[in-house]
Design a protein around this ligand. Structure first.
Ligand code: FCB
Length: 471
C-alpha cells in the first residue's frame, strides 16, 4: 500500500525496517525528523511514577482511593511506591539527559502542592522547583501537565468534576503553579486526556472515581473543559513566555464494512473520541452527533462557557495509541469488531501508525484554526524481561520507527507538528492495569527500583546523537 506509513518508511530506508539496533536509524534525508528543532522527548505522569503518597504533606487523590478498592486495579496494585521517583528524581533526570532526550513531559500532583483550603504546600512545591530547575540546567525543554487524572480526593468528596466549582478550584491551582514555577516551564498543558477523565472516570467507571453514567460523563467533560478555559488566561498572565495548551487522546475508528450503517458507526466512534473534545476547543460547540449517540445527555452549559473554552491555544498535544474497527450496533451506536491477524501489543491494542497520520491530516481539514501540534504521547506496552543486563524490546523500536514515519508523512501533508514525546520514559503504574503492562524505554525492576535502559532507548539515543552530529 503506497500510503502505508510503515511501507513508505521501509521502501525509503530498508535497513530500518528490521527493528534491530544494529540497523542505523536512517530516516530519508528529507525527513522532518532530522530538523533539529523537531523536539524529541519522553513523557511521564505524577501518580504513575512518584510514589511517596503520604510524604511531605501530600493529600490523597482519587487514584489512591480507587486503587485501594479490591478489583479496580489488576493484581491490587497501587501507586503508593510506583517508581519511587519522588526520591530518585535526580538519577532519573541524569538518565533522561544521558539518553540525549531533548524534552521531558511531566505532570504535577495537585494534592502535593495545595490543601483543601487552597493553602500552598511548600514542601510539595519545592519538589517540583528542584526538578524543573535541574531540567533547565540540563537544557531539557519542559512540558508540564497540571492535571494528569489525580484529582485531590477532597474535591471528589464535593462532587469532583460533576461540580462546576472544581473548574474554579483548578484555575486557583493553575494560578499558584504558574506564579511559583514561571520561568522554568516551556509549555503548560492544562489537562491530560479529558476524554479519559470524563468517560473512563464518570462514564464507564473503569478509572477513578469509578462512576458510570453517560450524563455524568458529558457534564464532567464540560467542567473539565471549562477548567482548561479558565486556566489558560491565568497561565498567560503569570507566565507570558511559555506556551499554553491542552493534551487530547485521539482514536481512529474504521468501518468494518462499506455499508452506510458501519460508516456511520465509525463516524460516531470518532465523534465520541475526538470531536467531543476538539469541537468545543476549536469550534466553540459540542458536536450534535454526540447526543444522537447518547440521547438526552446534553450538559448544562452557562452563558459564556463556550467562549471561555474555545480561547486560542498555542499548541495542541495529541496522544495516539491504536485504532478500533467498528460496526453498527443495530441501534444508534457502534460496537467494536476486533480484527483478526493484525499486530497487537501487550495491551491488545492494534499497531496502526497510519491512524495517526490520517487523523492529523483529517483535523487539518476539519479545523481551520488547528494550533501547532506536539505528539505528547505515543508508545506501546510489551512484556519486557531483563536478560544479561539487556532488554530486547524489538517490537517497540519498530513501533516507534513506524509512528515517527507517520508523523513525518503528516508534516509533509501540511500539518504543523513540532515534536514527539514517547510514552514512557520508564515502566510505571499503568492505571487499571497496574505494573504488569510495561510502556517504558527504560525497564524498572519494582523489587529493587533498578532501572535498565532498553534497546529502544539505546536506539533513540543513537538517533539523537547522530542528528546532533549532523547539525
Ligand atoms: C494514556 C495516559 C498515560 C498512559 C498511556 C498508556 O491514556 O495518558 O498516562 O497510561 O495512556
Amino acid at each position: 500500500m503506497a500510503n502505508d506509513a510503515s511501507a513508505v518508511f521501509d521502501t525509503l530506508s530498508p535497513a530500518v525496517s528490521k527493528g534491530s539496533l544494529a540497523d542505523p536509524f536512517t530516516p530519508p534525508v528529507d525527513s522532518s525528523l532530522w530538523r533539529k528543532n523537531f523536539l524529541l522527548g519522553a513523557a511521564t505522569a505524577s501518580y504513575q511514577i512518584e510514589g511517596a503518597v503520604n510524604e511531605d504533606g501530600r493529600l490523597p487523590s482519587i487514584w489512591d482511593t480507587f486503587s485501594a478498592i479490591p478489583g479496580k486495579v489488576l493484581a491490587g496494585d497501587t501507586g503508593a511506591v510506583a517508581c519511587d521517583h519522588y526520591h530518585r528524581w535526580e538519577a532519573d533526570i541524569e538518565m533522561l539527559a544521558s539518553l540525549g532526550l531533548e524534552g521531558y513531559r511531566l505532570s504535577i500532583a495537585w494534592s502535593r502542592v495545595m490543601d483543601a483550603a487552597g493553602v500552598p504546600n511548600r514542601k510539595g512545591l519545592d519538589f517540583y522547583k528542584r526538578l524543573l530547575n535541574r531540567l533547565k540546567e540540563k537544557g531539557i525543554t519542559t512540558f508540564v501537565t497540571l492535571y494528569h487524572w489525580d484529582l485531590p480526593q477532597h474535591l471528589e468528596d464535593r462532587g469532583g468534576w460533576l461540580n462546576r466549582d472544581t473548574a474554579y478550584r483548578f484555575a486557583d491551582y493553575a494560578d499558584l503553579m504558574s506564579r511559583e514555577l514561571a520561568g522554568t516551564v516551556d509549555a503548560w498543558a492544562t489537562l491530560n486526556e479529558p476524554w479519559c477523565s470524563a468517560y473512563l472516570g464518570y462514564g464507564n467507571g473503569h478509572h477513578a472515581p469509578g462512576l458510570a453514567n453517560d450524563r455524568f460523563a458529558t457534564q464532567a467533560m464540560h467542567h473539565l473543559l471549562l477548567a482548561h478555559g479558565l486556566a489558560v488566561p491565568v497561565l498567560r498572565a503569570n507566565d507570558p513566555a511559555s506556551q499554553k495548551g491542552i493534551v487530547a487522546n485521539i482514536g481512529r475508528g474504521t468501518p468494518n464494512s462499506d455499508s452506510a450503517a458501519d460508516q456511520r458507526a465509525a463516524h460516531l466512534f470518532e465523534v465520541q473520541h475526538n470531536a467531543w473534545i476538539l469541537d468545543p476547543l476549536l469550534k466553540g460547540a459540542y458536536p450534535q452527533d454526540l447526543f444522537e449517540l447518547w440521547p438526552g445527555t446534553e450538559p448544562l452549559v452557562l452563558d459564556g462557557d463556550m467562549q471561555t473554552i474555545s480561547a486560542p491555544l498555542d499548541f495542541l498535544g495529541i496522544n495516539y495509541y491504536f485504532r478500533t474497527n467498528v460496526a453498527s450496533d443495530g441501534a444508534h451506536g457502534f460496537r467494536d469488531v476486533p480484527l483478526e491477524g493484525v499486530e497487537r501489543t501487550q495491551m491488545g491494542w492494534e499497531v496502526y501508525p497510519d491512524g495517526l497520520r490520517d487523523l492529523l491530516t483529517g483535523f487539518k481539514r476539519t479545523y481551520h484554526n488547528l494550533p501547532p501540534i506536539y505528539i505528547t504521547e505515543n508508545g506501546m506496552a510489551s512484556d519486557d524481561q531483563v536478560t544479561d543486563g539487556h532488554v530486547d524490546d524489538t517490537q517497540r523500536i519498530s513501533f516507534l520507527k513506524r509512528h515517527l514515519a507517520a508523523v513525518d508523512q503528516a508534516i509533509k501533508a501540511g500539518v504543523d507538528i513540532r515534536g514527539y514525546f514517547l510514552w514512557s520514559l520508564m515502566d510505571n503504574f499503568e492505571w487499571a492495569f497496574g505494573y504488569e503492562r510495561r510502556f517504558g524505554v527504560v525497564h524498572v525492576d519494582y523489587s529493587t527500583q533498578k532501572r535498565t535502559v532498553k534497546r529502544s532507548a539505546e536506539w533513540v539515543a543513537k538517533f539523537l546523537k547522530e542528528r546532533k552530529a549532523r547539525a
